[in-house]
Design a binder for this molecule. Sequence first.
Ligand code: FAD
Length: 371
Amino acid sequence: MDRANIVIIGGGVVGCAIAAAVSKNTSDVFVLEAMPKVGMGASTRNSGVIHSGLYYTAGSLKARHCVRGNRLTYEFCAAHSVPHRRTGKLVVATNPEEAHELAALLEKGRANGVEGMRIVDSAAIRAREPHIVAHSAIEVSSTGIVLSEELVKAYARVATAQGANIVTHAKVTRLEAGQDCIRVAGTAGEIEARCVVNSAGLFADEVAALLTGHVKQRPYKIFPVRGEYCEVVKPKAHLVSALVYPLPHPDHLSLGVHFTRTLWDTFLVGPTARYIDDKNDYESNPEPPTEFARRAKLMLPAIEAADLRPTYSGIRAKLVPPGGKGPADFVIERDADFPRVIHLVGIESPGLTSAPSIAEQVSSMIAETLN
Ligand SMILES: Cc1cc2nc3c(=O)[nH]c(=O)nc-3n(C[C@H](O)[C@H](O)[C@H](O)COP(=O)(O)OP(=O)(O)OC[C@H]3O[C@@H](n4cnc5c(N)ncnc54)[C@H](O)[C@@H]3O)c2cc1C
């Protein structure tokens, strides 16, 4: 049987960033990815925004990893020629009542260490985004956009160049604790690992349950929440020039339907947020463009349903059940019974941004296991 120091289950942005970090100093690192390519899950079905860290509860893993991940992601993109742009963004208040919420959000961002923010008035908003109608906004300079597919591929390339093995078509179906190892088995065969990282995104709860062998004893439960996007192309693509967000939705399900300029000169409207039953259901009962237009018009009156072309969707790995109280933090911890296994669960937004910072934390946890 093959032996590995580290097996990372899941070749999304997080698994690949961890592989890029740990393979600097450790040999025999394997990434096992169920799909034919890396990054086919949430990692390429998102807004592609390099978030600033404004929204998250002070002291949370989301706040810490997003703020540090923002800087690390820009550095990584520059060093590895990953297409990206520091666009900045506006979080807008559409009326004077919402302006109080803006002030509270600004304070939250400052407490998290987000730099380069200020409140601007409607004239400044018009100067930046002539078609957006709003009372005031927080202008955030550190937010940007990245081609997420290229980002995942670049982390995978770095890992491979350092000797890591990325194996696709490799779905993990069994985990068994041995004397001083974990036996990892699946569609690509069997391997013994000194340390296992469960970075299986939407399916991290099911992978964690493989260890106990008892589905009823699942230590975690992920609730899938689908987000759909529409795209606005020429001749209406000029209506938004960077990133424009409403205030975050109070149910914590999402940041609200927003506008995201793309690197291919269109803009996205979305994502919506809806609990679904099936983690593989990207398509059934899509929201109609009229519904996107209704919400988008609150900030962008010039947009019409006819301008909106349904494009793609992504599924968030939520730890909060329907009707539950949020937000939940990222879970990054050792298995309670099998400390050689590290679980990453509920890595929803801002996971794309946070990946290199999460990778630093997981690298230290792995070093403790191997030493
Ligand atoms: C609609 C939406 C918008 C978002 N927008 C942003 C944003 O703008 N900015 C931001 O920072 N974050 C954003 N996010 C969050 C971000 O996309 C995720 O946090 C991040 O991609 C999670 O990466 P991951 O590697 O954990 O998961 P994934 O990308 O889902 O990767 C997990 C991988 O594990 C594999 N896998 C699963 N089970 C197994 C198994 N048994 N064996 C082997 N492999 C397995 C899957 O095939 C998959 O490739 C958004 C997410 C969504 C859904």
